[in-house]
Design a protein around this ligand. Structure first.
Ligand SMILES: [Zn+2]
Length: 339
């Protein structure tokens, strides 16, 4: 009798469990992704490459340099041509650097601006004022071109901006280009992430609360690998898993490695901690034991130039992003998402 009753209860439990999983409500799960049946526009790696070339042509874009000033004008004008004059905002601010006052600017562009349900995409647009990893000791004090470290994330985001202008995204998307990410000496994290710190402490839109953010940093290098970065897993583990699953479906699991990586301090850490927006980082490094962080050999050297930029890496990164943004995010019922 008791056995029969137990198995009856077990059956009931099983039924409830199955019933639950079939009708599970994901409307409050900000990381939930599910294939929709939407049109997904094509991402052009060549366009992204050309946008990186445009930036590198200005030379190093370290704060207070001429290249920095020229790149700022270029980025604002390019984003205005895609988002419209009214929907690009330059957040100017000053920070004390090493014996100099840095004139910095975060650049923000809003697409599908009326949607309350939003996603944040970010990259840093400044480049490093020195090359301490370079083999040539005389060149270590010189600023780098930062084709991958700075240029690539911005290049991918400018190509996305172009796509958004032709095919308005179903969800609101904000592109945020951080300044001053890579300024600090390697032992001085307080002088890193200057733009992310300023933006998090001074949000241009009070109460801004996108579902999640994706940071792109070094997403254009040859033979790139993106392990599941440690802070991204800490703050948004399911989002990492879901996006890496989309990458695997598209055949890009040779880049988006189904493997844990060590934690990389980057702009997303500041956004997670101070803006309290869950943000992940797609970033090229090796982490054989799942805890260490080994950046590619050209990192913080003068070899970070157009020679190491790969169309394949840019294409894989872009493919995953357009698939996620256009075809994987279930819109909330009744949410005003008119364009
Ligand atoms: Zn860097």
């Amino acid at each position: 009798m008791s056995i029969v009753r137990l198995s009856g209860i077990a059956t009931l439990l099983l039924f409830l469990l199955i019933g639950c999983s079939e009708t599970e409500d994901h409307s409050n799960d900000r990381f939930f992704l599910k294939k929709q049946s939407n049109f997904v526009p094509e991402f052009s790696a060549q366009n992204a490459y050309d946008f990186i070339q445009d930036q590198v042509d200005f030379g190093p874009r370290n704060p207070n340099s001429e290249g920095h000033q020229q790149a700022k004008t270029f980025l604002i004008e390019t984003l205005r041509s895609y988002a419209g004059q009214r929907f690009v905002f330059a957040q100017n601010f000053q920070v004390e650097g090493y014996g100099e006052t840095l004139e910095l600017t975060n650049i923000i562009a809003a697409f599908n601006p009326n949607a309350s349900d939003r996603i944040l995409l970010a990259a840093h647009w400044d480049t490093r004022p020195r090359a301490e990893e370079d083999d040539s000791s005389t060149m270590q004090s010189q600023p780098i071109l930062g084709a991958d470290d700075g240029g690539s994330g911005v290049g991918v985001l400018l190509e996305l901006a172009r796509i958004f202008s032709e095919n308005p995204p179903p969800i609101g998307v904000d592109i945020l280009l951080f300044d001053g990410e890579d300024y600090g000496h390697s032992s001085d994290l307080d002088k890193y992430f200057l733009g992310a710190r300023h933006w998090s402490a001074n949000p241009p839109v009070p109460g801004y609360s996108p579902r999640f953010g994706i940071l792109l940093d070094m997403v254009g290098g040859e033979n790139a690998q993106f392990p599941k970065e440690g802070y991204s897993r800490r703050y948004a583990n399911r989002l990492v898993d879901n996006i890496w699953s989309v990458a695997a479906e598209l055949g890009h699991d040779n880049l988006f490695l189904p493997q844990q990586g060590g934690p990389v301090a980057d702009d997303h850490l500041i956004v997670n901690q101070y803006a309290e927006i869950p943000m992940i980082n797609i970033i090229h490094y090796k982490s054989d034991d799942g805890r260490s962080v080994e950046f590619p050999p050209y990192w913080h050297t003068h070899r970070d130039n157009m020679d190491i930029i790969s169309l394949e890496t840019l294409q894989a990164t872009g493919d995953v992003l357009v698939e996620v943004l256009y075809n994987r995010i279930p819109l909330r019922q009744g949410a005003p998402n008119a364009n």
